[in-house]
Design a binder for this molecule. Structure first.
Ligand SMILES: [Zn+2]
Length: 703
């Protein structure tokens, strides 16, 4: 790797990404860029190259928080600054995957703070990124509370560290760029919404363009300095244009006509709240400044919509991204420069977003409180204590309970009508509904999520223990209790407590983890012939959607004909799961044993790959097994194998009709699981009433 940066102007293609980055460089208020796309598209190269274009900054000497000598941060921990200052380039700070909270916000030495009264604070990455670029590759793989933390800081322009009464705060304004590969799992809609712009990128299919990409890459690798020199003049001009546009920015006028078009577009695309309108307005203004104009034109509004809206109108993880260009054109046309200023039609005017206007989500992230676990997306669910582990669940089986809380990304869907077996009226696939919550019993240590109980960073404190590693979350009362008996012996004088390192206790917190939900689905002819496949697909789709909201990994094993197939290796991409399910071929015999054995193998490999992630097996079957006299006993043995390893499982019993064999129940007993019928899978509709507007939205989508 050379330390000569690949020049921004040498990058071929990716026009939207280029523009998105430049607009943020001109106007950081736009709120950052989320780059979605496959691997190997040089998106990282482009982001890194951007830093080279940013104007250099003046900083106070000796300040670790990059204070501007013209306007030093009054709360700067390195405060009482000297008058000396120097210039340096704006930094690009990259956030590594698996980064800890401490590393991001900086760390306080609690032991020293408490026992010596010394405020020893080591700045984190947010301090380093101040006045520069913060780059998060694969932002979708970060833990939720970490992403919340970053987006809170980005929205407020400040970072807070608050622990047991010791608090540090400092300015942290940076250009936020995240990348993600949607194949590896989505960001939750609430997090998507907090990035100003999104761009979708894919490697170009144009052979000439591809050739040029390769040619330049080879030239750069052969002689980085020479290559960079070739583009030095272009780079200089582009940097200059950024500076000019920045200066022009305050003079750009957003006319009433442009604003009307802009809000009409937001209303037409049914975005929630007013945040989209605000981001779009800032983007349109930045576009005008970038074009060297002082007035926002229709073309700015159109481009702003393309950059700021696609990620804000996705309601359902299975909706396709992107914006309907025809609808955009139509809306712009309808609301173009009216001859006489007339109130908009109530159904698609700016009033369309009225009910939300004054609401809590109207003002964007500025309204949302900080906090590692209290993000706006939690809806009260995230860290809430679960009812105690369901008693009476057989060992190793998943505990099922009707969920009372509002789901995190709650998009409850009302029941489609009740009733038990509905042989005659199967639920069509693609109509997901809210399902019961299945959990893995016991307490796990997996990645934070929303399914099973686990020791996590977030959540609520359940007890204290001696610190394991560096003291992070002090349990104050337990620490005092530990220290109290020795005060006389330690010769305490005065009011202050004599604390020794041995006294410190830390909090053990319990929240919820995400799991691996592995589906084993019977796709045999008997399922297809009985026309149950529609209902079964609907059920699995519902469970997939539930898994998405709980941030689980999912996998899909199907069995039919002569064997079992791993239709979807464990992934965080529920969309891929849904797509596989949609195109699932059916027919043939019912090799149940093969399906279970395949699941056993998949789980064995996953255990090595991701040891802390506990699996939940969902077997979707009527319990039948065909293909020889040994078919049923073989399935029985395979089930025993899974049970012996304590795999938590659930059997989704697909048997229907007047004559029932009850085979699924027998299988469940062998697995140490419970059997749930398709009808029983639906959650009670309590929560469905709460978020009525979202429900109607989904209804509309389904229609
Ligand atoms: Zn400072």
């Amino acid at each position: 790797m050379s330390d000569v940066r690949y020049p921004f102007t040498a990058i071929v293609g990716m026009a939207d990404l280029r523009l998105g980055l430049l607009l943020n460089a001109v106007s950081p208020a736009v709120g950052g860029v989320l780059v979605r796309g496959e691997k190997g598209t040089a998106k990282s190269t482009m982001v890194r190259a951007l830093a080279g274009l940013l104007p250099s900054i003046a900083t106070v000497d000796g300040c670790r928080f990059a204070c501007d000598p013209a306007a030093p941060d009054p709360q700067c921990p390195d405060g009482a600054h000297t008058a000396d200052a120097s210039e340096r380039p704006a930094l690009l700070v990259e956030l590594p995957v698996g980064v800890t909270e401490d590393r991001i916000v900086g760390s306080l030495d609690l032991e020293r703070a408490l026992s010596e009264g010394v405020k020893a604070y080591e700045p984190g990455l947010l301090a380093r990124a101040h006045r520069g670029v913060l780059y998060i590759d694969e932002v979708n793989l970060l833990q939720d509370h970490v992403v919340d933390l970053l987006l809170d800081a980005a929205a407020m322009g400040r970072s807070y560290v608050e622990r047991e009464g010791v608090s540090v705060r400092h300015a942290a304004r940076f250009l936020l760029v995240g990348t993600m590969n949607p194949e590896e799992g989505e960001l939750r809609p609430q997090l998507l919404d907090r990035f100003g712009l999104t761009v979708e990128i894919a490697a170009t299919r144009d052979p000439a363009e591809r050739a040029e990409v390769v040619r330049r890459r080879l030239a750069y690798d052969a002689d980085p300095a020479g290559f960079a020199a070739r583009f030095a003049e272009d780079e200089r001009r582009l940097a200059e244009r950024i500076t000019t546009a920045r200066e022009l920015l305050p003079e750009v006028e957003l006319t009433d006509a442009a604003l009307r078009q802009l809000t009409a577009v937001c209303a037409a695309f049914e975005v929630d709240g007013l945040r989209a309108d605000i981001v779009m307005a800032r983007t349109a203004v930045a576009l005008a400044a970038w074009a060297g104009r002082t007035e926002v034109l229709e073309e700015d509004v159109r481009k702003a919509a393309q950059l700021a809206l696609p990620h804000r109108r996705r309601r359902n993880p299975f909706d396709a991204p992107g914006l309907d260009e025809e609808q955009l054109d139509r809306t712009l046309e309808e609301h173009a420069e009216p001859e006489q200023p007339e109130p908009e039609q109530p159904d698609n005017g700016p009033e369309g977003s009225g009910p939300d206007g004054g609401g809590p989500d109207g003002g964007g992230p500025e309204d949302e409180g900080p906090g590692p676990d209290g993000g706006p997306d939690n809806g009260g669910g995230g860290g809430a204590p679960d009812p105690a582990d369901t008693p009476g669940a057989p060992d190793g089986s998943a505990a099922a309970e009707p969920e009372q809380e509002q789901p995190a990304d709650g998009e409850p869907i009302p029941r489609q009508g009740q009733g038990g077996a509905r042989e005659s009226a199967p639920v069509a696939a693609g109509e997901p509904y809210r399902t019961r919550l299945f959990k893995v019993p016991g307490t796990g240590r997996g990645a934070q999520g929303r399914r099973s109980p686990a020791e996590t960073d977030g959540g609520h404190t359940i007890r204290a223990r001696r610190p394991q590693g560096r003291l992070a979350r002090l349990h104050l009362s337990a620490t005092l209790q530990a220290a109290a008996p020795y005060q006389a012996a330690r010769g305490r004088s005065g009011r202050a407590l004599e604390l020794r390192p041995d006294d410190f206790r830390e909090q053990v917190r319990q929240g919820r983890e995400s799991n691996l939900v592995l589906f084993v689905v019977d796709a045999s002819g008997s399922m297809a012939a009985r026309q149950r496949m529609g209902a079964v697909k609907g059920a699995v789709l519902s469970l997939l959607m539930d898994a998405y909201q709980r941030r689980d990994k999912v996998g899909l094993v199907t069995f039919r004909g002569s064997g079992a197939e791993l239709a979807l290796p464990p992934t965080s991409s529920v969309e891929v799961g849904a797509a596989r399910l949609e195109s699932l071929p059916t027919g043939g015999r019912t090799p149940l044993a093969a399906g279970l054995l395949r699941a056993h193998e998949v789980l064995r490999v996953e255990r090595m790959r991701d040891p802390h992630r506990r699996p939940l097996l969902v077997v979707v079957t009527d319990g039948r097994a065909t293909g020889g006299r040994d078919a049923l006993p073989a399935a029985d043995r395979a089930a025993g194998l899974l049970a012996a390893q304590g795999i938590a499982s659930v059997v989704l019993d697909c048997e229907s009709g007047p004559v029932r064999l009850g085979l699924a129940h027998k299988l469940a007993a062998r697995l140490g699981a419970s059997a749930v019928s398709l009808a029983e899978l639906r959650a009670e509709g309590v929560a469905a009433l709460v978020q009525a507007h979202r429900t109607t939205d989904l209804h509309r989508k389904a229609a």
